[in-house]
Ligand binder design. Structure first.
Ligand SMILES: [Fe+2]
Length: 180
């Protein structure tokens, strides 16, 4: 479902495998304290956050038992190799939060955001000054990681989102096809 803040590329609900969602909502993933020592982590601590308050669980190729192949949308995507993109699933249980930050990577990227459930009250994604809501499972959006954003969960059930980073030649061809 469209919103004013993110470019929408359609719904790909049928592409999502139930086991991805099951695994991401039930298992323990990587804790954000891996960012300890970064500029972002220092800002959070200076602002009064603590390691105990910052919490989500991230799954990627290292700790997720299923292969997530690049989805749809770019013409010629059959030729895309795993090296052209990266993905993370970010899972927030009720009471878990990651404060405002920007995603600084070592290389230029574009990023997509796909919720793995329909929107529920209490599921939080703050972006460009707004709560992004009323989305459906599988909605596929372009997402600017250089815009400050924050996420969390004040609801009653876990919240999982798939983030896809695209870089290199794939990013260039994507920009040409869809963003110029
Ligand atoms: Fe982020």
């Amino acid at each position: 479902m469209k919103n004013n803040k993110m470019r929408y590329f359609g719904n790909f609900k049928d592409w999502i495998k139930d086991e991805w969602v099951e695994f991401s909502i039930s298992q323990t993933g990587i804790h954000p304290s891996i960012y300890e020592g970064t500029k972002t982590w220092k800002i959070w601590m200076d602002d009064g956050w603590t390691k105990e308050l910052i919490n989500n669980n991230v799954f990627n190729r290292e700790n997720f038992p299923y292969n997530i192949e690049f989805p749809m949308i770019v013409d010629g995507y059959e030729k895309i190799t795993p090296g052209d993109y990266d993905w993370n699933i970010c899972r927030y249980r009720p009471g878990e939060f990651v404060p405002f930050h920007i995603d600084e990577l070592d290389y230029p990227y574009i990023k997509f955001w796909m919720p793995l459930q329909d929107y529920e009250d209490g599921h939080i994604f703050l972006y460009k000054g707004e709560l992004i809501k009323d989305y459906k499972k599988g909605d596929f959006f372009l997402f600017d990681g250089y815009e400050p954003h924050a996420a969390g969960n004040l609801g009653n059930r876990p919240r999982s989102v798939l983030i896809i980073d695209i870089f290199g030649g794939l990013m260039e061809s994507f920009k040409k096809q869809y963003l110029e």
